[in-house]
Design a protein around this ligand. Structure first.
Ligand code: DAT
Ligand code: MG
Length: 138
């Protein structure tokens, strides 16, 4: 079986706060391999593709607007069980209650925008990973 891959995004809050290096250091320290990496300023259409599963939800439009607020760093990662492993490293969606020791738990909190600014995205399944890697690394 080929080694698994996942798509990680350092979201605009992470890039703007200068946390890209700290986040990448945690990924590297965990032992995952960076296969490809790009700084991207995505447009609305690109983000609509990425977040298609959330279209119609109450947080969808604010989420897209937030993701348009600055550049993001897209990272293609590989490693055994990297999908699960990166999500564990990232922590729970809500940064206020993400465990200390996780990326969201250590660097994130509610800044008045609920769980929106949570620093990173990680694919949640092999199917999502394949689809999302195709969107960010064509
Ligand atoms: P995750 O990023 O942990 O996979 P998700 O896929 O359920 O979480 O949601 C995608 C993003 O949408 C999430 O990182 C932040 C935002 N979001 C999710 N639920 C939200 C909510 N209830 N209110 C505001 N933003 C939300
Ligand atoms: Mg998700």
């Amino acid at each position: 079986m080929p080694t698994e891959e996942t798509l990680v995004l350092v979201k605009p809050d992470g890039v703007a706060r200068g946390l890209t290096g700290a986040i990448l250091a945690r990924i590297e320290a965990k032992g995952y391999t960076i296969v490809d990496l790009r700084l991207i300023h995505p447009d609305r259409k690109h983000l609509a593709q990425h977040y298609a599963e959330h279209e119609g939800k109450p947080f969808y439009e604010p989420l897209i607007d937030f993701m348009l607020s600055g550049p993001v760093v897209a990272v293609r990662l590989s490693g055994e069980r990297v999908i699960e492993g990166f999500r564990s490293l990232a922590g729970k969606t809500d940064p206020t209650v993400s465990a200390p020791g996780t990326i969201r738990g250590d660097y994130g909190r509610d800044w008045g925008t609920s769980v929106q600014q949570n620093l990173v995205h990680g694919s949640d399944s092999p199917e999502s990973a394949a689809r999302e890697i195709g969107i960010w690394f064509d």
